[in-house]
Design a protein around this ligand. Sequence first.
Ligand code: HC1
Ligand code: SF4
Length: 582
Amino acid sequence: MLTITIDGKQVSTPKGTTILEAAQKAGIDIPTLCHHKDIFPPEVHKNGACRICMVEDVANDKMVPSCVHPVSDKMVINSSSRKIKQARKVILESILENHLVDCDNCLREKKCELMTLAEKFELNDLDTTSVKRQEDTIDISGEGIKRDPQKCILCGRCVRVCSETQSTDILSYQYEGYPDQVIPPFSDEVSPQYHRQLKDTACVECGQCITVCPVGALTEKSHEERVLEAIQDPNMHVIAQTAPAIRVSIGEEFGITPGGVSTGQMVASLKELGFDKVFDTNFTADLTIMEEGHEFIDRVNKGENLPMFTSCSPGWIKFVEHNYPKYLNHLSTCKSPQQMFGALAKTFYAEKMGIDPKNIFSVSVMPCTAKKYEANRPEMGRADTQDVDAVLTTREFARMVKKAKIDFENLDPQEHDNPLGISTGAGAIFGATGGVMEAALRTAVEVITGEELGRLEFEQVRGYDGIKEATLPVGELDVKVAVVHGLTNARKLFEMIKNGDAFYHFVEVMTCPGGCIGGGGQPLPATKEKRHARINAIYEVDKNLPIRKSHENPAVKQLYKEFLGDPLGHKSHELLHTEYTQ
Ligand code: HC1
Ligand code: SF4
């Protein structure tokens, strides 16, 4: 252990620790911008781009960036001298002078780290009018992501998360002597108007770059306006579906501690906003298990296209299309629960209610920016309309509730509407990494063996490890399964499979760290601790539900009886399955 003194406080810390980490351990607050503790493991976390975390190394009489500078024994650090404060102020001023300050129209609102620091350093009155808005620099070419380079402060967090967490490498620094722009690669031209746009890259629209952006340079493309317009249109029957992950995260936007479950308030606030019905994506998560489970049994029997990969995470689908197109037939043909719901809303539900599908406006509330892209895929609609008309991220949903001045915490809880609102614990756990696999196993084991499971928890596929593997006896077959989250882990697993170093029957892939609870549309700031709390909450929801297996969902059974016929039957194929092409 090394001992260092920071602002007069002694701290013991292992070799290799940065000064910033030692200071945090001692409870000393050092401002940061480019630093983000969750992006890289600490030992490779070397960036130091912004310099706002400068401290004084007293013995050597020099200033060093604390986020990358390692401690040495008996080091004496001053983190709050006048000199340091002045240096930080100068750095901040120069960042602000190059940043488009447009707070009134910025989706980051009060969660902008730059403006929080500006306030702290009393720079609110600084003249920030030097950067003028150039509309043609904004990239809204994708479906889910908006990139506004005039707000970028070159911290590089998005570059790192896109490369390290997702292995997608869509964003990179352009160097003109020093990094002066963050842009998609191979953008030769210097002027932002001529840069490659996100739609021309292999961007998977996961929004992980948004979750780490300290300012409003990366945000979701908002669907709030189109939802409000539909609600105000008296001819429209506006319905919502709520993803498994929303109920365990929306509360954070209203001061509820991460890990709180707000299902009742979530439903009630959507009703207050003017939605005619509020249904549950968890219902179609159960339906997915019925279809995907039977598809899996079918593939095992035929020995075809194994491993079978889950297909509910749209960033993952896009990743396979761009990177491993030869494996597209290994994806389950099941549409995601979002799209199964959309298809049923405009067929089964429309028929049942006697409403022209053209007059149904179907909104999904999702933790995910890529769901906006998925909803707009050409194969996800019928008769000139899309099955899902708008996708609100958790953040957009929260903004709408706040703008409508709805007192979220004090709303009387309400239940989802029926019949598309009844769900089981198996549907609930879809939102956490390993959840789809566990839900599938609960059904597959019982359907194949005809015996009731004693214990429903499959601990082997739970937890935060990047790659989880298990071999589970299902009837006469030892089923080899794997679960991955984050596309870097998915790429690693894919390479192992491709090279013949691993074999699995069934693999669950979720694009975002932690699964959907860590999606690109979730409340900010994003931290690992919050993801863990949300995962725990998801398993609590499961534990507290009276029915915890998808095949026991009475509304799903009724849907097959009344409308679909059998799993994998003709109607299911028409509405609930699809094919992915390059
Ligand atoms: Fe997900 Fe899914 S779990 S993909 O993360 O299969 O977004 O929550 O809604 O569709 O059910 C997301 C979450 C979500 C789908 C389901
Ligand atoms: Fe990279 Fe995902 Fe952001 Fe696209 S949305 S730039 S893939 S992190």
